[in-house]
Design a protein around this ligand. Structure first.
Ligand SMILES: Cc1cc2nc3c(=O)[nH]c(=O)nc-3n(C[C@H](O)[C@H](O)[C@H](O)COP(=O)(O)OP(=O)(O)OC[C@H]3O[C@@H](n4cnc5c(N)ncnc54)[C@H](O)[C@@H]3O)c2cc1C
Length: 393
């Protein structure tokens, strides 16, 4: 019987299509199943930092396309509740080496893979069963099929993780914050700049993405908040209540939130698992090791996809060897990103006025510091902390 080289990937955002790219280059046959009816656009801006991230994009031949659609975010001004500027943060702090909207990145990855990958939109895996010939997968809509392996690239609340590893709560660490992100018109005329305002436990920001559009980001401390995952009205209510009474442009942001076509709400959480694989099923990207904002999640997901596919090719499709090597190579790397993101909690929602004053003092010093060098030390160091193996194919 011919060797089964069909690999099912769940999730068509960043990690899934990046993995599909490399798998097809090594002669595997990837199928990507995505729950959304079509490629999901929009979303917040994500960034790539340092040589490891950039070299994988370059190897994939998409670095120029990513640069061509970067946000060109310039400085972000920190303001007080009256809108008075307090300090300015240079672009590199938020935008890394290249910043792009998550939806634009997903589109570039999709375009780079659609000729060599089978995409199934509007469907989801309902059951997985491993047998001697591979993994049998059942779907909400499509007929069941057998694959040699199944990879979960379906994000923080991964469906594959739930089916193959168990219920989510065991693997999620709530960092005690909530976040809401949505696009809105750039009514402040920011033209590629950003504005940020902190009060204890709450941060509101608005960042221009060009073309008179902006993205609002609202972070607030809310340990163990309960909400319905599909109840958008309730989520908006939670955000509105959390930011009630805050000054600056917050009332406008809350009004824009009600109209936003792409409202996003979640807890800020990390994923921790002892093993990223169970038999012929493995996880990649946020599904395996989400770090949260500030944890290099997107660049690390692209690096992880490169390593996972490369190890499968190097092991001649032997999943046990490949999954073991993949985890061994990646785990120390992503652990640094997770540690960094955990340390960013006080930055996202500073708990006290004293902490805010400290942060403002730091921001005021930034124009006098070598920021690129400083960021290299603070964040790029974690993003470059891996020696990438070379794989042939
Ligand atoms: C608020 C926030 C801000 C962030 N900011 C940054 C940043 O500035 N820089 C950065 O580098 N990273 C950032 N990240 C992290 C970054 O978003 C992720 O690390 C990155 O998107 C990982 O991509 P992924 O493909 O693993 O998962 P995701 O992007 O979450 O994609 C998962 C995909 O799986 C699909 N899916 C879900 N369920 C199913 C199912 N049942 N069946 C099929 N498909 C399914 C989803 O629709 C989605 O398309 C941020 C994350 C958050 C939450």
């Amino acid at each position: 019987m011919a060797e089964n080289r069909d690999i099912l990937i769940s999730g068509a955002s960043v990690a899934g299509p990046a993995l599909a790219y490399w798998l097809s280059r090594y002669g595997f046959h990837p199928t990507v199943v995505e729950r959304a009816p079509q490629l999901r656009g929009g979303g917040y801006a994500v960034d790539f930092r340092g040589a490891a991230h950039l070299s994988v994009l370059a190897k994939m031949g998409i670095l120029d396309a990513v640069k061509a659609r970067q946000t060109h975010l310039s400085a972000t001004t920190i303001v007080d509740q009256q809108g008075r500027p307090v300090a300015q943060m240079p672009a590199h702090v938020f935008a890394g080496d290249v910043e792009i909207l998550r939806g634009d990145l997903a589109e570039i990855l999709y375009e780079a893979t659609r000729g060599t990958t089978e995409y199934v939109f509007g469907d989801s895996i309902t059951r997985l069963e491993e047998g001697p010939e591979g993994v049998r997968a059942w779907f909400s809509r499509a007929q069941p099929r057998t694959f040699s392996m199944v990879i979960g690239a379906d994000g923080l609340h991964s469906n594959v993780r739930r089916l193959a590893f168990g219920e989510h709560d065991r693997f999620l660490e709530d960092l005690g914050l909530c976040v809401s992100i949505f696009s809105m018109p750039d009514s402040a005329g920011l033209d590629h700049a950003g504005l940020l305002c902190n009060v204890p436990g709450r941060t509101a920001g608005v960042f221009s993405t060009g073309d008179n559009q902006a993205i609002a980001q609202l972070y607030f401390a809310a340990p163990g908040v309960g909400y319905g995952h599909r109840d958008v009205a309730q989520q908006k209510q939670i955000v509105a209540e959390a930011f009630a009474g805050m000054g600056w442009r917050v009332p406008q942001l809350l009004a824009a939130m009600q109209q936003a076509p792409d409202f996003y709400f979640d807890t800020v959480s990390q994923v921790h698992l002892d093993s990223w694989s169970a038999g012929r099923v493995a996880l990649v990207g946020d599904a395996a090791c989400a770090a949260g904002p500030g944890g290099n999640g997107t660049g690390n997901a692209v690096v992880a996809a490169y390593v996972l596919a490369g190890e499968l090719a190097a092991a001649g499709g032997d999943h046990q060897t490949a999954f073991g090597r993949y985890q061994q190579l990646l785990r120390p790397y992503v652990a640094k990103g997770q540690k960094q993101a955990r340390g960013g909690r006080d930055f996202l929602a500073p708990p006290t006025q004293k902490k805010i004053a400290q942060l403002h003092r730091f921001y005021k010093m930034l124009p006098y510091l070598p920021v690129k060098h400083l960021m290299k030390y603070l964040t790029t160091r974690t993003a470059t902390g891996i020696k990438l193996p070379g794989y042939s194919g």
